[in-house]
Design a protein around this ligand. Sequence first.
Ligand SMILES: [Zn+2]
Length: 208
Amino acid sequence: MNETIGKLDDGYNCERCRNKGLIYTTGEDGELLSNECPDCFNVRASLRLLKNSGLEDKTFENFIAKSDWQSGLLRTVKEFAADTSGKWLFIGGQSGCGKTHLCTAALREIIFTKNRSVRILKWVEASRSLKSAVNDSGYASEADVYKGAEVLYIDDLFKGGGNVISNADLRLTFELLDYRYLKGLTTVISSEFSFDKILRADEAIDSS
Ligand SMILES: [Zn+2]
């Protein structure tokens, strides 16, 4: 059964399970046991998340750089994806500049080459419930999924509040990112806000 070719067609080729996602063994009493394939389980779960977020078709190969700065950005992001150790990726800019595409392509590369599991936090959809639950007992578990993820992608950080970054936004972000920074966990962030603007918002809170 382990030799049978499977039907999983998410684009990842696993030699160990031959794209079945399962490894078969026999138990002590001769019964047939199946376990998730350790070589591709994380990869496939992460690819499913990308797909469910509508991000599965964004790759380095199909990114079209329309100007020199986009070519430069593509190079930088590829370097990050090749070696993420101790590094985070932040891309800030207007919608249409390719930041979601490049962040997703980097995630894809990390998923395919490093067998690491990825979580996606779509700020517009998830931040409201996370912020409103900050004082609830349920908060810990909901936030922990993102805090402790091997690789976290925050898509469109601070989007949805107009041109304003609120105290609640900053508190939630600090809660997530401080933990990840201390643990050295790879983090990818896209935002319509520039890095400078985010830093200034943080300073405004610090001094008030
Ligand atoms: Zn496998």
